[in-house]
Design a protein around this ligand. Structure first.
Ligand code: NAD
Length: 698
């Protein structure tokens, strides 16, 4: 069947919404659908109209602008279109295949009948970008599937298989066969039997005790949605469906517009687009095709290696894991097995599925077993000499065309590539800990990394459910490089008069998943200590800030963090809850006295500004140097790798929302109050340029 948007089949007009539902309904698409419906209505030979969505359009670059424009209310607005369809005197039948979400689903709710394929799923994902439905979805869905089920769909934003709603008035039929043909057969019956047109707006929402139920829902959402107004606002909108339909539509629109202009919704919308932009590779040569990856090798079965292996096993990709010692190999394998056992115990996976996936792991002590792997990821100690031995060995063993990746957090990927005779096949694949939990993957593009190698890893990331961001080579790549300035601001604030718990508390209140001192205790304070020792050895002339001495002192006392039971905080044996430790307070006081620092009162506002703007400022440098492809990638890194609050949109979006001129002025202010060595160094020139030009990062 050809793919024209309007087609006549006997007495039935078929209108195709030519793009997948969520991104179909920009003004042009709405006009096209409306024109189709009007043409069908004015044609006497047409007795019924079928609206069918297609998944044919690929979610490419176009998607981003289209999603943006669908928020517009320009006529024909989604509401106008849907109510036009709903009041049509000819039966309109929605044929739902694939994923039908957002405006597309709302459009289907306005039709008189709905017919779905067995694999179809429906969703109202607006809440995920800080919004509520805007095309009457909050009013029609409860009328069709009931208050409770509708709230579940709208508040979760998750896709629901059509089959789960099979017994509700939402669907008039679900087919295992050809969607269009079966919908047309159904439509013929509608016409021949002169079935009454069913309009959702005419139904009543049924619930025995709606008030008590809504109170329960609101209470259960409570604290969890503190910084996200949308879920509770969605409850308000759905509540309106209990009353008059037209008043409910008005209320939904008002709630939607209020949410639309909220900072949270702006940030979440930014994040939505940022996530979709992240995998796009700038400057990729034309016609590049990815290399096939059907098996992977992992070198090192430590903390990261084992976690990385789990990602591939979950995706059904066989993984060979290599270690030097049986004991280390056993530990890694045990970790992986425990992961699958826990999944089964928690009811997240069937036992036979877990056994099948776990059996895709091949543990070995022989590097030769990597000879057939399409991709090898190295996750051995963070030591250039060890990496050198491993990469030289991989170069000898791996088949031509195999991709060689390093999980290094800080080492130079170009140097690592130079250990092989195939630097074009080498790149960084920086997973975050725990590697099977954290969504972020920084893909480090070396000077010689081939385009197809980069493309392969960016696409593979999606298969293993990671959000990949391209980074250039620099110390710490995007994320860890930025954390440097952030942590040193935190340490400076401590030196100047704040307490460990005040700094963490202020940043956690801002929304960071964990304050910088808690984070350092979790990661291990010895990591920074080792880096400082390395820098001192490499650059003895470099003057270390006094804060480094404070952090060194902590480590000299063996306070490495959670793993040693003490760090910036104290921890009960085996516990993870940080307890304020007066010994640290004393350490800080002695440190101030030694360096003649007179403590002052530091406000929470100053803590947040200095630490967060340190991120934005370094992010601007990273952008200026071309290390990150775009500002939104930096936001993605911080949200998915460093616990930055999604409702603030990331450090670059946050700076944009504060206003770059204000950020610049604030940073200049901090520098003026400098007691000792420069902190920020300078305001990043890109930040100043943008501030003066009235531009934003994103
Ligand atoms: P780890 O010490 O837990 O594990 C390293 C493993 O590599 C050990 O089991 C060791 O036996 C094995 N190994 C050492 N030399 C080997 C060799 N020649 N051949 C095979 N195996 C060898 O370390 P980790 O925390 O998993 O870190 C691994 C890499 O990942 C490092 O480069 C690190 O910087 C990076 N990384 C770590 C984290 C983290 O939070 N731990 C996060 C991101 C990246």
């Amino acid at each position: 069947m050809n793919m024209t948007p309007y087609q006549v089949h006997g007495e039935v007009a078929i209108i195709r919404t030519v793009q997948p539902p969520l991104h179909a309904l920009d003004a042009a698409a709405r006009s096209a659908i409306l024109a189709g419906v009007r043409a069908a209505e004015s044609d006497e030979a047409i007795k019924a109209i079928v609206l069918i969505g297609t998944d044919a359009a690929s979610p490419g670059k176009g998607e981003i602008t289209e999603v943006k424009s669908q928020f517009g209310f320009e006529e024909p607005s989604l509401g106008t279109l849907i109510s036009y369809i709903e009041t049509s005197t000819k039966p309109v039948i929605a044929a739902i295949g694939g994923l039908c979400m957002g405006g597309g689903f709302e459009l289907a709710l306005g039709c008189h009948f709905r017919f779905a394929s067995a694999g179809a799923r429906v969703a109202m994902p607006e809440v995920k970008i800080g919004l509520c439905p805007s095309g009457g979805g909050s009013q029609r869905l409860p009328r069709l599937i009931g208050l409770e089920a509708a709230l579940n769909v709208i508040i979760s934003g998750e896709a629901v298989p059509a089959g789960m709603l099979r017994d509700t008035p939402l669907f008039d039929g679900i087919t295992e066969g050809d969607l269009l043909q079966d919908t047309l057969a159904f439509t013929e019956n509608v016409v021949s039997d002169k079935l009454a047109l069913k309009r959702a707006r005419d139904q009543k929402v049924r619930h025995a005790k709606p008030d008590a139920f809504l109170l329960l829902v609101r209470n259960s959402l409570g604290a969890a949605t503190k910084n996200y107004p949308a879920p509770l606002a969605c409850v308000d909108a759905v509540e309106a469906s209990l009353g008059d339909f037209d008043a409910g539509i008005k209320k939904e629109k008002k709630i939607f517009l209020d949410l639309l202009s909220s900072d949270e919704a702006k940030a979440l919308r930014h994040l939505h687009f940022a996530e979709r932009k992240a995998p796009h590779i700038d400057g990729l040569s034309e016609g590049v095709v990815p290399r096939p990856v059907t098996s992977v090798g992992i070198v090192g079965a430590g903390t990261m290696g084992a976690g990385i292996a789990i990602n591939f096993l979950l995706a059904g990709i066989p993984a060979t894991i290599v270690e030097t010692k049986q004991e280390s190999l056993d530990r890694g394998v045990q970790h992986i097995q425990s992961f699958f056992e826990a999944r089964v115990k928690k009811g997240k996976m069937q036992a036979d599925e877990a056994s099948r996936l776990a059996a895709l792991l091949k543990p070995t002590l022989s590097f030769a077993d990597l000879s057939n792997a399409d991709l090898v990821i190295e996750a051995v100690f963070e030591d250039m000499e060890v990496k050198k031995t491993v990469f030289q060995k991989l170069d000898e063993i791996c088949k031509p065309g195999a991709i060689l990746a390093s999980n290094t957090s800080t080492l130079d990927v170009n140097v690592i590539a130079s250990f092989t005779k195939r630097p074009m096949d080498v790149l960084g694949a920086h997973f975050f800990s725990p590697a099977n939990v954290m969504k972020l993957l920084e893909v480090v593009r070396g000077d010689k990394t081939a385009d197809d190698v980069l493309l392969t890893i960016m696409l593979l990331a999606k298969k293993i459910k990671k959000i990949a961001v391209v980074s250039g080579v620099c110390d710490g790549f995007i994320g860890n490089r930025m954390i440097g300035g952030y942590s040193s601001e935190a340490a400076k604030l401590l030196e100047e008069g704040a307490t460990v718990q005040q700094v963490d508390g202020a940043l956690e209140k801002f929304g960071m998943a964990m304050g910088p001192f808690r984070m350092s205790d979790l990661a291990g304070n010895d990591i920074g200590w080792a880096i400082r020792k390395r820098i001192r050895a490499e650059r003895p002339e470099m003057k270390m800030p006094t804060t480094a001495m404070l952090a060194d002192k902590l480590c000299e006392l063996g306070r490495f963090g959670q793993k040693t039971g003490s760090g910036w905080y104290r921890y009960e044996k085996g516990g993870r809850t940080p307890q304020v430790d007066p010994a640290v307070g004393k350490l800080v006081e002695d440190h101030r006295a030694t360096h003649g620092i007179v403590p002052r009162k530091v406000s929470d506002g100053e803590i947040v500004q200095r630490c967060i703007f340190a991120l934005s400022n370094e992010g601007a440098r990273i952008l200026e140097e071309g290390i990150a492809q775009r500002a939104s990638d930096i936001d993605v890194v911080y949200i998915f790798g460093y616990g930055f609050p999604p409702y603030r949109g990331g450090p670059m979006h946050y700076a944009d929302s504060v206003g770059l001129l204000n950020v610049e002025r604030a940073i200049e202010g901090f520098m003026k109050n400098e007691q000792s060595e420069p902190r920020y160094g300078r305001v990043a020139s890109l930040l100043s340029q943008f501030a003066i030009a009235g531009k934003t990062f994103n």
